[in-house]
Structures are given as structure tokens and as C-alpha cells.
Design a protein around this ligand. Structure first.
Ligand code: SAM
Length: 297
């Protein structure tokens, strides 16, 4: 989702506009600039909003806001961690986060005392640094369980040292395009599977299917690499276009749709976990976009 002029700047002095690629639809936010820079990877900006609090954008796309980040980060972390059998590991659970520069996913993962190790591989050091200074939603990078690696996630999972090293891999990346493009490809997906321990789980964000139809392609890829995958959903107010989708797959093909332990956040709880797997038919099948003007099926 990019703003019309691609940089995220407003076009009339008051509104900052964001448009899902080619949809002719815009989200207008009244943002006050706090910080902006061009990193080696992307256009990074932090803004302030009277209701949303601090807002992080990358290349003109809303990544996270202080007001609704808990929805996304709770659902990306707790559904796989509490739905997969890895939760029952006696020797503790090791987690890899790919991306996640704002630190919100790390914060949620660290809430579980049975998580013994978290490696967060973020390509852009400046996202971590700027979010620590201006957003303050990050987990504790000083927690002895945490290892922050500034690197390309594709190279990290391709490294033989990562093979069979993780019980859960959470891909908290930007949408396809820019540095995250290879994270949606087959090589990365196959390397991720090779990095999972027995019964391990992969979860990743899949954008807002109503405007961003890359979900279908990703489902086909994960079905091929993992044998099956499941889609779940969450409503993140600042990701416009309806509910957003996540994909989850396990190394042994087990379902993740039933929570194996309890946890209550501000969005996530066991009931939400179960309900999140009831997703719209058009996300799974049928022509894209859904035929208009017909009398339905
Ligand atoms: N919550 C956001 C969303 O759903 O779109 C994503 C948040 S987080 C800011 C996305 C992070 O992915 C960014 O910090 C970006 O630098 C990182 N990223 C993109 N491509 C990457 C790659 N190849 N390896 C590691 N991190 C990457």
C-alpha cells in the first residue's frame, strides 16, 4: 500500500495519504512528522496522530501504530505459539522472528516463560533504533533470551547453522516489494521449513486480501512446501480494506486452530484464537476479485 506520490507525504498540507497499490482508494491520516530518513533499505518515518499515537511508516505504508499494534502483534505471536504442539516442549521453545523491527512481536513472544530463546533477524538497523526512540512498543532487547541479528532474513534461514534450530518462525515483514520480496518466495519458504524442529510452526502476515490478493499465491506455496497451511484473520483498524490475513503451517501438518494453553491479551484470547480460523470463502477459493453484480453463489 503506497501513498499516491510513493513517499507518504500529504498532497494538501494537512492529510497524509496511503493508497493500496492501484486501488484508487486512500486512507487519509492527520499526521504530525516526528522523524524521517532514507535508510539503505527504505523510506522510514515516524509520525504523531491525535488518536493513534505514534505511527511508523515505511515507504509510505503504515506499519504499526501505538493505538492498534497490540492486535497484530498478539495474533502473530500467540496463535502459533499457543496452537502448536511445540508449546508442550520440555526443553523450552526457540523462536525466530524475521523482520519485526518495531519490536512488538518480540514483546509478545517474551511474555511466555517457556520461550527459552528468541532470535530476531531484522535487515534494517535504523528501524530498530528509531522505533526504540520514538515508538516504545518493543520487547526487552536486554532479556538474556534475546539475540538481535541485523541481517537479511533470507540469508539467515539459508545458513546451515539455522537448520533445525527453531520451534517457531514468525515472519513479521513488510508487504511484498523492496527488501521483503524474497521473503514471499519458494527458496525462503523451503529454507524456513528446514529450520524448523519436529512439530515446528511457521506463521506470517499476509496483508489485507480484499486489496492485496497475494494470499492465494502464498497458500499454494505453503500447501506445496508444508503439505497444508491454515489461514486466520484479525481486524487491524489501520490496515485498511477489511480484515488482514495470516498464514500458519506446521512441520508435521498438525492444525494450529485449537489453543493448547490459555493467554489473554487485549485482543487475543482462546475464543478469538478459535474464531480467527473462520475465514471468508473468497479468501480460499473462487475468482479474484469476486464477480461483481452477480446474485452471489
Ligand atoms: N506489522 C507490519 C506489517 O504487518 O506490515 C510489519 C512490521 S515490521 C516494521 C516489518 C519489518 O520487516 C521492517 O522493519 C523491515 O525492515 C523488515 N524486513 C523487510 N525485509 C526483510 C528481510 N529480507 N529480512 C529481514 N527483515 C526484513
Amino acid at each position: 500500500m503506497r501513498s499516491p506520490d510513493g513517499s507518504g507525504h500529504s498532497v494538501d498540507g494537512r492529510w497524509w495519504l496511503e493508497e493500496p497499490d492501484g486501488t484508487g482508494v486512500c486512507q487519509a491520516l492527520e499526521l504530525r512528522p516526528i522523524h524521517s530518513e532514507r535508510t539503505p533499505y527504505q523510506e522510514l518515518a515516524v509520525w504523531d496522530h491525535p488518536w493513534l499515537g505514534r505511527v511508523l511508516t515505511l515507504d509510505g505504508v503504515v506499519q504499526t501504530t501505538q493505538a492498534d499494534e497490540f492486535v497484530y502483534h498478539e495474533m502473530l505471536a500467540h496463535v502459533p505459539l499457543l496452537g502448536a504442539a511445540v508449546r508442550r516442549r520440555g526443553d523450552g521453545v526457540s523462536v525466530l522472528i524475521v523482520g519485526g523491527g518495531d519490536g512488538g512481536t518480540l514483546r509478545e513472544v517474551l511474555r511466555h516463560p517457556w520461550v527459552r530463546r528468541v532470535v530476531m533477524v531484522e535487515i534494517d538497523r535504523r528501524v530498530v533504533e528509531v522505533c526504540r526512540e520514538h515508538l516504545g512498543i518493543h520487547g526487552d532487547y536486554g532479556d538474556p533470551r534475546v539475540e538481535l541479528v541485523i541481517a537479511d532474513g533470507t540469508a539467515f534461514v539459508a545458513d546451515a547453522a539455522s537448520r533445525g534450530a527453531f520451534d517457531a518462525i514468525l515472519v513479521d515483514s513488510t508487504d511484498p516489494g523492496g527488501p521483503s520480496e524474497p521473503l514471499f518466495g519458494r527458496a525462503f519458504t523451503e529454507d524456513v521449513r528446514a529450520c524448523l524442529r519436529r512439530g515446528g510452526v511457521l506463521a506470517r502476515q499476509m496483508g489485507v486480501p480484499f486489496y492485496q490478493p497475494f494470499l492465494r499465491e502464498a497458500v499454494a506455496l505453503l500447501d506445496d512446501v508444508f503439505g497444508r497451511c491454515e489461514i486466520y484473520r484479525a481486524a487491524v483498524p489501520t490496515y485498511i480494506g477489511g480484515e488482514m490475513a495470516f498464514l500458519v503451517a506446521t512441520e508435521d501438518g498438525a492444525t494450529v486452530a485449537e489453543p493448547l494453553a490459555g493467554h489473554t491479551g487485549w485482543y487475543y484470547d482462546p475464543a478469538i484464537h478459535r474464531a480467527a480460523f473462520a475465514v471468508p470463502v473468497y479468501w480460499r477459493e473462487g475468482p479474484w476479485p469476486v464477480p461483481r453484480g452477480e446474485s452471489g453463489r
